[in-house]
Design a protein around this ligand. Sequence first.
Ligand code: PLP
Length: 363
Amino acid sequence: MGVIPYGRQTIEDDDVEAVVNVLRGDYLTTGPTVALFEQAVADYVGARHAVAFSNATAGLHGCTAAAGLGPGDLVGTSPLTFAASANCARYVGADVTLIDIDPDTLNIDPASIPGELDALVAVHFAGLPIDLSKLAYRPRVVIEDAAQALGAWTPSGPVGNCAHSDMTCFSFHPVKPVTTGEGGVVTTNDDELAARLRRFRSHGTQPKPEHGGWYYEVIEEGFNYRLTDIQAALGHSQMGKLDRFIERRQTLARQYDAALASLDIITAPAAPDGSGHGYHLYTVRVPERRRVYELLRERGVYTQVHYVPIHHHPHFADLDAPLPHCDEAYAGILTLPLFPTLTDDQQRQVVAELTDVLSIVRS
Ligand SMILES: Cc1ncc(COP(=O)(O)O)c(C=O)c1O
C-alpha cells in the first residue's frame, strides 16, 4: 500500500463531466453555474441566500466587511483554528481576542464567551458544531466559521441555516467535505447582508441600468473574490454527494473510536445528542506527538496537526496570552487520515501502525 494522506478530495466521473460541460459552454467566470451552486448550498442548509467566493478566507473577509466591523470593534475567536478566522477581523481593522477552548470539544464554550465582544467568529473545529443557541449573550455580530462543517447539524438544524448567527462561511478546499478546488460560500438570511456580500466580492460595484445597459458604479470598497463557473460546476456536482460523503466519514470515525479505545489516548470528541458531526477531521491526542508523527510518516501514514494555535504565530504575537486548554491540547493533537475513499483496510493499517508506534514511544 502507498502513502495514506490525512485528507483528500473525492472526484468521480460525473464531477469531471460537469466541469468539462462548462468548459465547452459560454461562461467561464461567474455565470449561471455559480448561481446553481449557490442555490444548491442555500437549499441544503436551509438559508435564504448563499454567496460564492473564491475561497473561504475571502468569504470571511466579506462577512466582517458586510457586517460593518472596523477599527474599535473587538472580535473574539478560537485560538485553535486556521489564521483566516482571526485575519478576517484584522483585514477590516478590528481587534482580535482569543477565547480559550473547552478541552472536551476543542471548540470555544458558547456559554462562557467574554462579555465585551462586538463580534464572534465561531469556529466549528473539525466539523463538530458549536450550539450557538447556548451563547452566554449575543454580540452585535455573529459569524460562523464553518469552513470545516458543511454537512454538520445542531438541534437548530443544519450548520449554515444561520438560526443563531448573521452569516456562515464554508470552505470548498480539496480536503473539505466537498470541493471546488478553491472556493467558499457565505450563507445568510439577511437580504441587505447578501447584497453587500455580492458587491464586496466584485469590486463594490452596483449596476445602474437606468443610466444605460453598460453603466455601473463602484459604491464601496470591494475586491475580485469571485468563484468561476468552472469551479462551481464541480461544487454543484459534489453537493449531490455530500450526505454520502458525510455518512462514510461518520462510519470511519465510529470505527476509529472502537479500534482506538484500548490504546489509552484521547480520541476525537463526539457530537452531543441532537447534533451531527461532519468529521472533517478525526483528531486524537497522543504522547510524544512529534515522534509519533515522524514514525508514522516513515511508515507511510501521513498525519497532520490542526492547528499551530493562532497565538503561536509571530504575526499574532501580540495576542499571546494564557490559553492553557488550547496549549495543552496543541501539545498532543494529531489528525489521523479520514476521507470518504479511505478503505477499511487502509484504516486498519493506520490503527496497526499507530498501535505499534505508541508502544515504541512509551517503551
Ligand atoms: C477554520 C477555517 N477557517 C478558514 C479556512 C480558510 O478556508 P480557505 O482555504 O477556503 O480560504 C480554513 C481552511 O483551512 C479553516 O479550516
